[in-house]
Design a protein around this ligand. Structure first.
Ligand SMILES: C[S@@+](CC[C@H](N)C(=O)[O-])C[C@H]1O[C@@H](n2cnc3c(N)ncnc32)[C@H](O)[C@@H]1O
Length: 191
């Protein structure tokens, strides 16, 4: 069986896929993988960096509806965030989403110490990936999972991020050859 999606969400996703290039959305295959990862690890608290019009957020939120989790998603541009919120409402997932508008680094820096995530999806400014990685580390649960898009398509811009993950003994990682390239990293820590 392929993934089950309600008719309204399925229709919205098909519509969003028509404007994928304008909104820099992840490919459908990546959305499906992220949706499966979240369900497989029973993630409860997800952070997304780079909401755009909410396409990837829908894949995440639909998985979280099954795990009973929550999504916090950050977007710099208010207009895009408004479109995303509309899509989240139409698809019946807005009740489990906290959209935050602003610069990702500033926002993560302001998270309280208690704010923890067991899954983080990185898909914003490619040159800032390494900063996101350093900033989110104190907010990860011991067995957290990170997925980051455009690792192959924007290889040069994200190299510092790959190097940082590679140097970090707490993380086991692999780059999946999905369109764009998806880095997946598993934190295997006791604390
Ligand atoms: C590749 S798109 C995200 C696509 C989305 N994840 C999806 O697949 O539907 C990147 C988004 O990140 C936003 N962005 C870029 N730099 C940002 C920053 N420093 N803080 C917050 N958002 C940022 C952009 O405005 C853009 O909408």
């Amino acid at each position: 069986m392929k993934i089950l999606m309600d008719e309204v969400t399925s229709n919205i996703m098909t519509e969003l896929e028509k404007t994928q290039k304008s909104f820099w959305n992840i490919p459908r295959e990546t959305g499906i993988m992220i949706n499966m990862f979240i369900k497989m690890m029973n993630a409860k608290s997800v952070l997304e960096i780079g909401t755009s019009n909410g396409y990837s957020g829908l894949w995440i939120a639909k998985a979280l509806k099954e795990t009973g989790g929550h999504l916090t998603t950050i977007e710099f541009y208010e207009k895009r965030q408004c479109v995303a919120i509309e899509n989240f409402k139409i698809c019946g997932v807005f009740d489990i989403i906290t959209p935050i508008q602003g610069s990702a680094c500033d926002i993560i820096e302001r998270f309280s110490e208690e704010e923890k995530f067991d899954f983080v999806f990185i898909d914003a400014n490619k040159r800032e990936y390494v900063k996101y990685f350093e900033l989110i580390k104190p907010h990860l649960t011991p067995k957290a999972f990170i997925a980051a898009d455009n690792i192959i398509s924007h290889a040069e811009k994200v190299q510092t991020f790959i190097d940082a993950v590679d140097r970090d003994d707490e993380f086991q990682y692999e780059i999946l050859k999905l369109p764009g390239g998806l880095l997946t990293a598993y934190r295997n820590s006791k604390s």
